[in-house]
Structures are given as structure tokens and as C-alpha cells.
Ligand binder design. Structure first.
Ligand code: URA
Length: 229
């Protein structure tokens, strides 16, 4: 049970102060019955606002197809942000909405967006070892030996002492490959290929753990179920 005004403001519908007017206007119901007091305790799942259920009161999780050119920060000045692609009301949610990990400005593909803190920790912790699949295009021909080099778990990135975990590389053409990694180091995919003299010219994430993009167009998002455990 939560206070109604606190519930509406935490979901980004209005400020706590504005909630009093929203309630007074008869827009909020519990089990179809109009509520009168913004201070009363309610069960989120039974509440409607303007006859619509409240949006994801237990926390939201969506998959976004990040387009090229968008940045994953909240800060202005570096170009359009992924947050501009989401409903403006979500920016008023508390806890705040954030991406689970980041993609570079010039990387496209699957990004999970949530306001569930433990989910962010679970998926971004170095011990998480969540599989991510990237489609990679490089500037120089790829050779089969790279498959073994990436699989060995001995690849050192410039400036780092700990080798990368084994990664699965599958060559799809002379200049393209699919790479599966379980870590999320800074610019990891670009740096892995750079260590082998290849410059990544295009990078796209197709999968993150159990989540895939399928036919979601760039710039669009869709709801996905919360993980079961
Ligand atoms: N690896 C990179 O180099 N960039 C990304 O955006 C994601 C993984």
C-alpha cells in the first residue's frame, strides 16, 4: 500500500502537490470507484487514472532499438539522447529510468531500459556474464585464425592487464562477423578488433541475454517481461 499522491508522482504523472487536484477532479479510481483523498493509501494494481491502469507501477523494462547517432547519457550537448525516444512522462519517474549498460554513439542496436535498480546491477555487474551478440563490420579482411584468438581467453586489450574472457566469433563474410561476449568493458568490441589490426566501421547489438530485437525498427521500443528469477 502506498500513498496515492506519492504513487502518482513516483510514476511521473504529476507532482505530489498536483495530485491533490487530479484526485479532486475525480480522475482517479480504485476498483472503479472514484477516490477522494490524495493522502489515502492505495494498492497500485487496483488504481486507474482517466480510466487507464497505471503504467508499470512495479517497475518498467523495455527493449529499445538505439539508432546510430544517439548517446546513452542524460546530459545535453553530445547529440540526441536515447531518452528523447522514450515517453516524456518516464523522465518524471522516481526511481529514474536508465539504460542497462551503454552503447557508443556510433553503435546501433538493443538496449534495455529500466527503472529497476537491482536489475541494472544484476546485468552490469562484472560477475554477471550476460551474453551479448554484436554484428561487426571491419575495414580489413577477417581471417579464420581470429576465431581461435578470441576464443582462447588470452586476448589483452591495450592498457589492461586482465585478458578478455573467451568470446565466440563467427565469420559471416570477408568483412563481417558476429561476436558473442560476456563482459561489457569500455568500447570492448572495437578494442578487441583493434588489438588484431581491424578497425570496426559498423557495430550493432542484436542480443542482450535473453532479449532480441527481432523486427523492432530503429528508434522504437517495446515492453518485455521482467526476468522470472
Ligand atoms: N563494444 C563497443 O566497442 N561499443 C559498443 O557500443 C558496445 C560494445
Amino acid at each position: 500500500m502506498r500513498r496515492l499522491d506519492q504513487l502518482l508522482s513516483s510514476l511521473g504523472y504529476c507532482s505530489r502537490r498536483e495530485a491533490a487536484a487530479v484526485v479532486k477532479a475525480g480522475r482517479v479510481k480504485q476498483d472503479g470507484v472514484v477516490l477522494k483523498k490524495a493522502e489515502q493509501k492505495v494498492e497500485a494494481a487496483r488504481i486507474t487514472l482517466d480510466d487507464e491502469p497505471l503504467e508499470a507501477p512495479e517497475g518498467l523494462l523495455v527493449v529499445l532499438h538505439k539508432p546510430l547517432g544517439y548517446v546513452c547519457t542524460h546530459a545535453d550537448g553530445e547529440g540526441p539522447t536515447i531518452y528523447e525516444l522514450l515517453p516524456p512522462r518516464w523522465m518524471g519517474r522516481n526511481p529514474g529510468v536508465t539504460s542497462i549498460g551503454r552503447l557508443d554513439k556510433d553503435t546501433s542496436g538493443l538496449l534495455l531500459i529500466t527503472d529497476i535498480g537491482p536489475l541494472v546491477q544484476r546485468y552490469t555487474s562484472p560477475r554477471a556474464e550476460v551474453e551479448k551478440v554484436y554484428e561487426v563490420t571491419v575495414d580489413k579482411p577477417l581471417v579464420p585464425e581470429l576465431v581461435e584468438i578470441f576464443a582462447q581467453g588470452t586476448l589483452l586489450l591495450r592498457g589492461e592487464e586482465k585478458p578478455c574472457l573467451p568470446a565466440q566469433l563467427s565469420l559471416t563474410s570477408e568483412f563481417t562477423a558476429s561476436l558473442t561476449i560476456q563482459e561489457g568493458r569500455y568500447h570492448q568490441v572495437r578494442r578487441m578488433f583493434a588489438s588484431q589490426g581491424r578497425h570496426v566501421t559498423a557495430l550493432h547489438r542484436a542480443r542482450f541475454g535473453p532479449y532480441v530485437l527481432t523486427d523492432l525498427p530503429p528508434g522504437q521500443w517495446r515492453w518485455v517481461p521482467l526476468p522470472e528469477d
